[in-house]
Design a protein around this ligand. Sequence first.
Ligand code: KG4
Ligand code: ZN
Length: 433
Amino acid sequence: MKILAIETSCDDTGIAILEYDKTCRPKILADLVSSQIKVHAPWGGVVPMLAKREHQLNLVPLFKQALKKAGMLTFVCHSERSEESRGSGLPAKALAAAGATRVTDSSPEFTPHPDAGAQNDKIKILYKILDREPELLKKLLPFLKKYQKPDIDYLAVTTGPGLEPALWVGVNFARALSYFWNIPIIPVNHIEGHIAANFIPSDKISGMTNDKLLMTKKLPTICLVVSGGHTQLILVKKLGHYKIVGETRDDAAGEAFDKVAKMLNLGYPGGPTIAATAAKFKIENLKFKIKELPRPMLNSGDFDFSFSGLKTAVLYILQKMTPAQIKRSTSAIAAEFQQAVIDVLSAKALSAAKKYEAKTIILAGGVAANQALRDNLSLAADRLSLNFFVPPINLCVDNAAMIALAAYWQLAQKHATKINWRTLKANANLRIS
Ligand code: KG4
Ligand code: ZN
């Protein structure tokens, strides 16, 4: 069984292919990400319409590369003309007749197929599906003409939460492939994907089967999902069943990292630059030690967060300083800000774990790449004899392997929703519970 996953919820375009055998042991055949950091960096944050444009340009080349890596990229050749009538190849004349004049392709022309009329109709529908993604259509049509339907059983795609224009590119790409090749789609919640990233099989760790994964002694689990768009504490009593027990009331933790980095002129994305700058701060350099920042909602008695006030506290400190003082204190501010975020995240995750008698704490999302947070939470979990899981750093940020694995969980749990391409929608505000 093979799942091809698509991730375009924010500023990373991801394609992954996961295979699982009869023993239910998943294996990643390809996992590719095309980052848009360079495109958004000059703007100091993700620009949704630029993300949409980049996803349109990146998807087909990445898709092709992933199929190649998985050994699944096969040309439609003349001797396989019959494939065309089964819907996996496209006669060039049919493309032209359907109005595909914008498409340029250097591959040899196909002679018209007797079934060209049906093909014309198929292409017309592709035009409709990708009506709002013309750049993607332009790249997809020649691809479909050139290559055969790969041996894929399911398409998995992030349908939300995320940036609406970015999500739709992936969703419509999945819809087009699903329609054209007749492959069912499994919609995946991006947050579930981040949680699943903890269990992506790597070369070192072979894929864990479902029951070894979380079903046995590891539940209930408290998942702290911290990214550029989300900060949530999620209780998992049973795999696939999620309950948000706390979340941010304003900015997400990653968003706060990005905004504070912008104030300190550290560039985008802010998480890695703040972390690197904070690491330079020497605690003995007391000369530039700054006033302690607040730990918002630390004692609020619930599991909610608020990072907007912390960001403003940094702004007030900067407003009182000269440029020279700011320069000398940048690492001190970065270190204190990072520590304030870590203190609140860790304290709330631990008290939620205590309240819900969790056996495990799972850390996930882009901010989980923060080494100081990983170390802090890992130590704290250890002190309470809790299991602690965090993905390898490269799998904390957005990728499609985590989407493939979340879809596989759904299939393994037998609660996968297989959606028709006609009804699939993106939902920027999708909730996990
Ligand atoms: O999960 P992700 O790739 O995208 C969203 O779903 O939002 O997370 C991106 C966020 C950004 O805000 C980025 O600054 C933050 O993760 N991030 C970090 C680190 N690496 C990435 N935050 C703190 N420390 C890091 N090392
Ligand atoms: Zn994410």
